[in-house]
Design a binder for this molecule. Structure first.
Ligand SMILES: CC(C)(COP(=O)(O)OP(=O)(O)OC[C@H]1O[C@@H](n2cnc3c(N)ncnc32)[C@H](O)[C@@H]1OP(=O)(O)O)[C@@H](O)C(=O)NCCC(=O)NCCSC(=O)/C=C/CCCCCCCCCCCCC(=O)O
Length: 684
């Protein structure tokens, strides 16, 4: 846990040895305390050097220990003792010095850091604050403004920057703290940790160290016991769990070798295709981009080049334009390692593309589809290599959004899945393996969530009221603002194709029912007026101009809702924010339980990661499944039963069997749910 050596007969070298990141676990703290005592008591020792094994100084406190009662020697007195010691202590920093690791470096009398070292205080991302003196020592070392930035944003810095910082405490401290508070509130709506960090830094500026450190510890105690800290720490581990995919065959992340991908092709240069080309090229993969018409190819090419140039400028590197080739001919794809099809969301068209690819590409080429919900196995079925077909569902804009759903068809080989997952990681994505069903995980869950929002409109709510409730909950955007951004016409086309609206609907069908279920035609009526969202300047809201982003409530939508309610004799009622949150989010989680039952996601963590990275679910709530567990499964069940009784024609509100089973088992913690779904059939 910490190795002690005497070097050159006078320097004590203490090496932290707790792989993989030398976290300050109780055993490490114990070993460090012993080593420090030995060094300080040995008259031969004139100086002490602290470093970490395997090129990593220290990843901070052991986050796993936060889940239980705090054991072992506390960190703060240990660090105070190092600082107070009479022999000089040097931190030799390589790799990361994060959180408690950075705080350890702060108490050392000298620091030497490799120029590639990353120093930072990521505690706010875990819902806590740097409570081993970080909020007290850092402002003293680098000044209030720089310390505030590091502590409240968790942004790491490279080691050179510290030496460039100055330390003055500004005369207008209150004004500065006010500005930072406003910024933090705007960026991280409802999140406690950054605000507590500001209070702790204020203490550093206004109190002597002894009082400041006490304030730091009080604030930490509040955060430590908060649901937000639990949620954020859950997210940290959920993200890492999601990468560890596993199939019923026994194939999994650590026994399946991915292929190396050097070249790829993208079919279709629409919004998605362009983003995927950029994601691949900027990690050094040669890309051939294919379009069906010269004009589309030229437009796509110009846009990709512009995106890559802007991206390279931002990162201070040169744009990798030499990796790109643009063509109208599928014949050019015969030698690529992997193809990602990103054409229009039309099964017949996609099947034609896959048949063509089967003929053109060499037999070993992987064939991937970026469909957002169509049957991946049906596409595999038209190829000569179904085992090499997999879904790679990117989220728009694909070069920005971190999520990638890797959709495993029943015939996708473990090597194919491993390759798609590893390619996602290489592109900097958070990849989650999911099963094949309409909408996969993310979009399948979106339907009951959005249905509830539109049913609430019928019953008396407005788009702005529903959006505000969701934004106050922590979503970056409410469901209607998000739909306006994404474009309303896509969903309308899908509803028309599936016979829910348009000329194919049987006129004898009651207007607000389809397939025996409640159906809300308001989104169709909005589209019939040519209101497709931001791009047309009108949608659920009105905008200054087509492409505008400043959403304002539109009286025409208000009129439409009033006329609609009077046409169907619906008496509008006052709807509380609580009802909005419960109906939208419990319907969302309920579908998540069904997805777990169906084996479309292997674990609740996978669902939560998809919602955190793909749908803007607030991280401090942990994701829909974790949120349900925090509310209490019994309560979720009771509320769903209540709403289902009130709306028996909405099957999504009927509590899922898995939810009932978990409640019957005493509502176990989310990390153990998978033990209760083991027997259910897996599609992964
Ligand atoms: C950048 C990394 C370090 C490395 O990244 P990478 O190389 O990509 O590797 P990963 O896949 O991310 O990680 C590899 C595995 O290591 C595990 N891991 C990583 N970091 C930790 C950690 N800190 N603890 C435990 N485990 C860790 C990870 O899960 C992987 O495991 P596996 O392979 O999946 O099994 C990157 O990992 C990273 O960013 N790590 C996190 C860094 C971080 O956030 N550090 C800050 C931690 S918090 C901290 O340091 C706090 C310090 C202050 C402590 C003060 C204590 C005072 C307590 C007072 C409490 C008062 C409460 C009063 C209560 C009451 O009164 O009731």
């Amino acid at each position: 846990m910490a190795r002690y050596e005497l070097v050159k007969r006078s320097v004590a070298l203490i090496t932290l040895t707790n792989p993989p990141v030398n976290a300050l676990s109780s055993a490490v703290r114990h070993a460090m305390a012993k080593s420090m005592e030995q060094a300080l008591n040995d008259p031969k020792v004139t100086a002490v050097v602290i470093c970490g094994e395997n090129g990593r100084f220290c990843g901070g406190a052991d986050i796993r220990e936060f889940a239980g009662p705090l054991r072992g020697p506390p960190l703060v007195p240990l660090l105070d003792a190092i600082e107070a010691g009479e022999k000089p202590v040097v931190a030799a920093i390589e790799g990361v010095a994060l959180g408690g690791g950075f705080e350890l470096a702060l108490v050392c009398h000298y620091c030497i850091a490799h120029f590639k070292a990353r120093l930072g205080l990521p505690e706010v991302t875990l819902g806590i604050l740097p409570a081993a003196g970080g909020t007290q020592r850092l402002p003293r070392l680098i000044g209030i403004p720089a310390a505030l930035e590091l502590i409240t944003t968790a942004k790491p810095l490279s080691s050179r920057r510290v030496s460039m910082l100055t330390t003055p405490c500004p005369p207008d401290l209150d004004a500065l703290l006010e500005v930072v508070t406003m910024e933090v509130k705007k960026k991280a709506r409802g999140v406690m940790a950054p605000l507590a960090c500001i209070q702790a830094v204020r203490a550093a500026a206004t109190m002597p160290y002894s009082k400041g450190i006490k304030r730091e510890s009080e604030l930490m105690a509040t955060l430590f016991n908060s649901g937000q800290a639990r949620a954020l720490q859950y997210c940290f581990f959920a993200q890492r769990t999601a990468g560890k995919w596993t199939l019923p065959s026994g194939a999994q992340w650590n026994n399946s070798k991915p292929r190396e991908i050097r070249s790829a092709a993208i079919i279709g240069l629409g919004t998605m295709g362009r983003g995927i080309v950029v994601s691949l090229a900027r990690v050094g993969i040669s890309v051939i981009a294919v379009e069906s018409e010269k004009k589309l190819l030229e437009t796509g090419k110009q846009m990709v080049i512009g995106m890559l140039e802007r991206d390279a400028k931002r990162r201070g590197v040169s744009a990798s334009l030499n990796l790109l080739k643009f063509t109208l001919s599928l014949q050019d794809l015969k030698d690529v390692d992997l193809v990602i099809e990103a054409v229009f969301e039309d099964m017949a068209l996609k099947k034609r593309v896959f048949q063509e690819l089967s003929k053109v590409c060499r037999p070993a080429t992987l064939l991937c589809t970026n469909t957002s919900g169509l049957d991946v196995d049906a596409l595999a079925g038209v190829t000569d290599r179904p085992h090499l077909v997999v879904g790679m569902h990117f989220f728009s804009p694909a070069h920005v959004m971190k999520l990638l759903e890797v959709v495993c068809g029943p015939r996708s080989s473990s090597e194919t899945i491993a390759t798609a997952m590893s390619l996602g990681k290489r592109m900097g994505k958070v990849s989650v393996a999911v099963g094949n069903c309409p909408g996969f995980v993310g979009n399948r869950m979106l339907k009951p969530y959005m249905d509830q929002a539109t049913f609430l409109l019928e019953e008396g709510a407005t788009p702005e009221q529903i959006d505000k409730a969701l934004e106050d909950f922590g979503f970056a955007m409410g469901v209607f603002r998000m739909s306006d951004l994404a474009g309303l016409d896509v969903g309308w086309r899908i509803r028309k194709e599936s016979g829910l609206t348009g000329p194919d609907v049987d006129p004898k069908n009651p207007p607000r029912r389809r397939h025996g279920r409640r159906y809300c035609p308001i989104p169709d009526m909005v589209c019939e007026q040519g209101r497709f969202g931001q791009k047309t300047g009108r949608g659920w809201y009105m905008y200054d101009k087509p492409g505008g982003t400043n959403a304002k409530p539109d009286p025409l939508i208000q009129n439409l809702l009033e006329m609609y309610r009077s046409r169907y004799a619906i008496q509008p009622r006052n709807i509380s924010d609580q009802e909005i949150i419960e109906r939208c989010l419990f319907a969302l989680a309920n579908e998540g339980f069904r997805i777990l039952e169906d084996g479309i996601a292997a674990r609740p963590e996978d669902i939560d990661v998809i919602y955190l990275f793909g749908y803007g679910f607030p991280r401090h709530r942990g994701g829909p499944m974790f949120y349900a567990s925090m509310v209490g499964l019994e309560r979720v069940l009771e509320r769903l039963e209540h709403y289902h009784q009130a709306h028996p024609d909405v099957p999504h509100l009927e509590p899922s069997p898995l939810l009932k089973k978990l409640v019957a088992c005493g509502s176990p913690s989310v990390q153990t749910w998978r033990e209760h779904i083991k027997t259910m059939h897996s599609h992964l």
